[in-house]
Write a new protein. Structure first.
Length: 470
């Protein structure tokens, strides 16, 4: 098969080796001596030639479609379009569409199938733009899109991976509930910051592609059971810089002065209905960082009151809001900078905010390793001290007396030391015997000068002889 200009793809016999493009030969892994020497079939060479021509200059102008590549009818066991999906249940509902759990009969796997709520008009166009943006943002923390199409009743749909887990909003609610009942928090600060870093990396990647999310919030961040972090719901996203991401829409569907987004996470310029760029997402990331640090939003109340507070009021610093949590100074500074009212005063890129949080994480990991090493050394010292106490003789024993006189050294004594120790023990024994004899003599022999006399009161007092000066 080969591509002939702008016309359809036609099947023809393979051309001689000299007529094939060099890049196609390299893609097929063939040598210059021909097909027989390389061991590859002519079909592989022909397919490589088609791939090279499709990816080469003018491929988009050629208008190559998947249907043009089909030489035969589809296989009977494969279904086309929405017929191959079997809906199992409903997963959730967003502003523009519903998400269902479906089974793909062709690929034998489960997928998430999102269907637009309303057909035609702005909803369908924005829905198509969301699918196109997500399909072109290929990042580990952004859900990939598999297919887009129409249902039997003409409603647009697209399929994507199923993210099993819970949203960041559910995690924050669990943490608030645990704090209310004085239970230990299952998500320590370092773990929450790791989630924030992954989320920020996805947003930074989208900004590099010229896309702003405009609706970042914990409800749109899914946490998988194996550490996955996925930024969801790009329905309000906007291509603010033409370049790598292309959509069918020539201009934005958001009219000037209209508010889009969630009031609690709106940047001041977004709340005023102005044009926004990537710095509006940085403000939303700052709000989420504030909530991860304090388990509270910067401003709370009715929606319009919250919008007005984002425009006019300054947030309370996290360390003052929750002094018992001991929020790190580095994270507080990064958070407050992202929450500044003027876009030019914030971090100018999401990667800068992520770098500040990542720096704290690395420093915290180093401090944690030092603490673990210090605790290990302390435990080792306590074990050695306990072993020394166990080996030390009991107080009052003969071995203990010898060790106290000679020191606590455990090395074997020499012969001179043994003789000196025996002499010392002999002298000590002789002294003890004479002390006992003297004590017994003083108790049995009373001096004549101490005679017993009876006083008038009946008490016995010793009499004494008169001294010369008396």
């Amino acid at each position: 098969m080969a591509v002939d200009g702008d016309g359809p793809i036609q099947a023809r016999s393979p051309a001689p080796d000299s007529d094939r493009p060099t890049k196609a030969r390299e893609a097929a892994g063939l040598k210059a001596s021909g097909d027989s020497a390389s061991g590859h079939s002519a079909d592989a060479l022909t397919m490589a030639s088609v791939v090279w021509q499709m990816e080469g200059p003018g491929a988009r102008e050629a208008g190559v479609r998947l249907n043009d590549l089909a030489e035969e009818e589809p296989l009977p066991e494969l279904k086309m379009g929405a017929e191959k999906y079997e809906v199992i249940g409903e997963l959730g509902e967003g502003g523009m569409g519903k998400v269902y759990l479906a089974y793909d009969h062709d690929l034998k796997r489960r997928v998430a199938l999102k269907v637009v709520k309303k057909t035609g008009g702005e909803f369908a166009r924005r829905f198509l733009e969301e699918a196109q943006v997500m399909a072109q943002l290929q990042h580990p923390n952004i859900v990939p899109v598999h297919e887009v199409g129409l249902t039997a009743n003409g409603r647009p749909y697209y399929t994507m991976d199923v993210v099993r887990g819970q949203s960041l909003s559910d995690v924050l609610k669990e943490l608030v509930e645990a704090e209310r009942h004085m239970r230990p928090l299952g998500w320590p600060l370092a773990r929450r910051m790791q989630v924030f870093v992954q989320m920020g990396q996805a947003v930074a990647y989208a900004h590099a592609k010229g896309v702003v999310h405009r609706d970042l919030k914990p409800l749109n961040v899914m946490l998988g059971g194996h550490g996955e972090v996925q930024v969801m719901d790009w329905g309000l996203s906007k291509v603010f810089r033409k370049g790598e991401v292309e959509t069918e829409l020539e201009k934005s569907l958001t009219k000037p002065g209209y508010l889009v987004g969630t009031p609690s996470y709106m940047a001041p310029e977004q709340a005023r209905g102005k044009e926004v760029d990537q710095r509006a997402d940085i403000y939303a990331l700052g709000v989420m960082l504030y909530e991860l640090l304090t388990l509270r939003r910067p401003f709370e109340g009715e929606p319009m009151e919250v919008v007005a507070a984002h425009i006019k009021e300054e947030p309370t610093p996290p360390r003052q809001r929750v002094p018992e949590r001991q929020v790190p100074l580095e994270l507080e500074a990064a958070c407050l900078k992202a929450l500044r009212k003027r876009p030019e005063d914030r971090q100018q890129g999401a990667e800068a905010l992520v770098a500040e949080v990542q720096t704290w994480l690395e420093a915290e990991a180093d401090r944690e390793r030092r603490r673990e090493l210090a605790n290990a050394k302390a435990e080792e010292g306590r074990a050695q001290l306990e072993e020394g106490r166990r080996l030390r003789p009991r107080r009052g024993s003969r071995a203990g007396s010898r060790l106290r006189r000679k020191g606590s050294s455990s090395r074997p004594r020499t012969e001179p030391e043994k003789r000196r120790a025996s002499w010392s023990e002999a002298r000590a024994a002789w002294s003890r015997r004479w002390r006992r004899r003297l004590v017994s003599m003083t108790r049995t022999q009373v001096p004549e000068s101490f005679s017993r006399t009876t006083t008038t009161t009946g008490s016995r007092r010793p009499s004494r002889e008169a001294t010369p000066w008396e």
